[in-house]
Design a protein around this ligand. Structure first.
Ligand code: SF4
Length: 431
């Protein structure tokens, strides 16, 4: 790991080190594939990485591998291959890219992905469950679905000590005991609670850091772009969860962000508009998509993506290491629920972000192939506009499929949005 960014200061260090750690993580997967070691396939909303590491599983995040194929501009080949194989054009693009990677025996633009020995998923997205069934059919590997009770209705979340919460905790805890049995059987490694304490301690450091990094971006100017830089940090938050390297990375990232905040170092020469992003990024034209906003002096100060795609780590939940399993159940309930809330009960989250981050606008980006995140976004936008006088933009494309990404159309809509933002600001100044 390099000690400093290429500028000789710590500014930019998080991006460099994040990219390096990510490459190293992928190289590790390549080694596991070469040794024919079976991996644990997991998902970002409730990965359980801290538990799975106790059994020495290489950990594969198929969602991350799939989005990487779009960033590296080969996703369309994989989508075509999966569609030729029989998958419908309108299902989740991540699933189809992964199916094609599996058909290609794990061949991926970043290296080689090992086969699954076990798949662990939560109910945070219904596609997770069907996706895991594909691996079960392909590899005859066990799959485990952890059912995490979500929020029953807006504002009805319960907390430790409340009988409903404690019932839910017992329900999740019973499932964790069952999962531990499956992991022991598949890996041949007995469960070691002290190793779990170690991985949980690293996860604690990471959660604390992730929460702090997100908070610091309320600075004006904002110190990182939630859409671009934030995605790098998010990759580390997922792939290295429960590791010493991941924990150290976040300590160092907090240090960098604190410094940038103290010295007023922002991401743009001039930050004219502070925006919040709702949805999943447009990975097929990732950099250009962001430039459509930065060219107008707009930057993303926060996003719901950094919340749900970190599995709710944004809440900064820290485990009680004296009671690891009970605390793991509690943490899963609180974080996975929060991840689901940031998709399904967005309005209070967005109004809070608008106030705390002094946002000028909210950009909704529903995508064709992720129903979980996109369904209901139009209603969600209306609900927000009733709650707040804030400019919003609603643009549609995809996170994987370049066939439904029209840069020219997006640009027209974004340009018009900024004209609206400018006249809104002018009216406020003269009004
Ligand atoms: S449908 Fe959306 S949330 Fe579910 S796996 Fe696909 S991209 Fe992820």
């Amino acid at each position: 790991m390099s000690v400093a960014g290429s500028t000789g200061s710590i500014v930019g260090r998080g991006n460099e080190e994040g990219a390096e750690l990510f490459r190293e993580w992928f190289e590790g997967l390549g080694r596991a594939a070469a040794e024919d070691r079976g991996a644990a396939y997991v998902f970002v909303m409730g990965s359980l990485a801290e538990l799975l590491r106790v059994f020495d599983f290489p950990i594969v995040f198929p969602e991350i591998n799939s989005l990487q194929t779009a960033v590296r501009r080969v996703a369309h080949e994989l989508l075509d291959e999966a569609e030729d194989y029989g998958y419908s054009p309108d299902i989740c693009g991540y699933v189809k890219a992964d199916v094609a990677v599996q058909i290609r025996h794990g061949e991926h633009p970043m290296g080689r992905v090992p086969k699954p020995a076990l798949a662990v998923n939560t109910n945070a997205c219904n596609t997770y469950i069907k996706w895991a069934e594909i691996w079960e059919r392909m590899y005859d590997c066990p799959t485990f679905t952890l059912d995490v009770p979500g929020t029953r209705q807006a504002g009805a979340q319960t907390w430790p000590g409340d009988p409903t919460f404690e019932n839910d905790r017992a329900y999740v805890l019973a499932q964790l005991h069952e999962l531990i049995g499956v992991c022991e059987e598949v890996s041949g490694i007995p469960f070691d609670i002290d190793r779990l304490r170690e991985t949980m301690a690293h996860a604690n450091t990471m959660s604390r850091g992730w929460k702090r990094v997100l908070e610091i971006n309320a600075s004006r100017p904002s110190v990182f772009n939630a859409l671009t830089d934030g995605t790098i940090y998010l990759g580390v938050a997922n792939a290295l969860r429960g590791t010493a390297e991941g924990a150290e990375y976040f300590d160092r990232l907090v240090e960098e962000m604190e410094l940038k905040s103290a010295e007023g170092i922002g991401t743009l020469t001039e930050e004219d508009y502070r925006l919040i992003f709702v949805g999943v990024p447009c990975y097929p034209i990732f950099r250009r998509f962001n430039e459509l906003f930065t060219e107008h002096g707009g930057t993303f100060v926060n996003s719901t993506y950094l919340w749900f795609a970190s599995g709710g780590s944004n809440v900064g939940f820290e485990y009680d290491l004296e009671n690891p399993l009970e605390s793991l159940a509690e943490g899963l309930l609180i974080t996975v629920r929060d991840a689901m809330d940031s998709m399904f009960f967005q309005t209070p989250i967005l109004t809070g972000m608008i106030d705390e981050f002094r946002a000028d606008g909210v950009v909704y980006h529903p995508i064709k192939s992720c129903r979980t995140v996109s369904t209901g976004l139009a209603d969600s936008r209306r609900d927000l506009m009733e709650a707040r006088d804030i400019a919003t933009l609603f643009i549609e494309s995809d996170m994987m499929d370049r066939r439904v990404v029209s840069e020219a159309q997006l640009k027209n809509r974004v340009d018009a949005f900024f004209e609206g933002l400018a006249s809104r600001r002018h009216r406020k100044m003269v009004g």
